[in-house]
Design a protein around this ligand. Structure first.
Ligand code: NAD
Length: 254
């Protein structure tokens, strides 16, 4: 049984995690940590800081808070040798380095997208990448998302570019000679064009489009609601082990 504390437990993701992880047979939600009070306690201890917890009562911390919150979680987890699963995004390079530093003392899993379907979509796209002349990525998110393009689409585009390079695929020259409006071909991520859509009603979606002579292939993943991220976190908790080290993404646990 993995005994977990959820940091950011009063937030949109934290509430869904608390509810979803509490349903897993091999996970026990022992503590909810947030500077704001969570709507429901799920029979867990509710505190405003990890410092208020007995570290021997927790096997892993699941963090969906803020970049500053993650650094505090990483410091506490490293000091007490408690595992850490990081879902929070938007960390600066310095904050990432602090998490990597913590991984020298404890086990850390960090992923920009814990949806299993998104992980598989990227894997399928890497499989397809060498066989088509061109690939482009469209990421679609809710209208409150502050960064673009999404971390997931950047990861997918980089993985596609690496797979094409490894297969000796030479990129086709960009056909557009004249941009009537700047930016209309999206962002260039290592030769793969990435387009960002922001609309109310969306959650998190990604399409990877391939084109070749006379054929096309589209791989699409949809996160319809935040429950889509619970399974990947549960998988990470189950498979992460105790040895210090950093895993980026949950692909290695599938
Ligand atoms: P939110 O603003 O609704 O919730 C954040 C919560 O963290 C708030 O309740 C806030 O009070 C709390 N908090 C802030 N600082 C804290 C601290 N120092 N200690 C304890 N609690 C603190 O945000 P959200 O929509 O739930 O998203 C949280 C993060 O999860 C974001 O970075 C988001 O991008 C990320 N996210 C990741 C994935 C993934 O699969 N990796 C999926 C969705 C969202």
């Amino acid at each position: 049984m993995k005994r977990v504390a959820i940091v950011g437990a009063a937030g949109r993701m934290g509430q869904v995690m608390a509810e979803g992880l509490a349903r897993e047979d091999d996970v026990a939600v022992r503590a909810l940590v947030d500077i704001a009070p969570p709507a429901r306690s799920h029979d867990a201890i509710v505190v405003t800081s990890l410092a208020a917890l007995d570290p021997s009562s927790i096997d892993a911390v699941v963090d969906f808070s803020t970049p500053e919150g993650v650094v505090a979680s990483a410091t506490w987890c490293a000091e007490h040798r408690v595992g850490l699963v990081v879902g929070t995004t938007g960390l600066s390079d310095a904050q990432r380095e602090q998490v990597a530093q913590a991984a020298r003392s404890t086990r850390v899993v960090m992923a920009a997208n814990f949806a299993i379907g998104a992980v598989l979509a990227e894997r399928f796209a890497v499989l397809a990448a060498p066989y088509f002349e061109r690939a482009e990525v469209i990421e679609l998110h809710h209208d409150a998302k502050v960064d673009a393009p999404s971390g997931t689409s950047l990861s997918t585009a980089r993985a596609l570019a690496a797979a094409r390079r490894a297969a000796g695929r030479v990129d086709l020259p960009e056909p557009t000679q004249r941009h009537s409006v700047e930016g209309s071909r999206g962002a260039d991520v290592e030769g793969v064009r990435v387009h960002a859509v922001r609309l109310p009603g969306l959650v998190a979606h990604e399409e990877i489009l391939f084109g070749g002579p006379g054929e096309g292939l589209t791989i699409r993943h949809d996160s319809f609601d935040r429950r889509s991220f619970v399974q990947g976190v549960a998988l990470a908790l189950r498979k992460m082990g105790d040895e210090p080290g950093l895993s980026v993404g949950v692909g290695e646990f599938l």
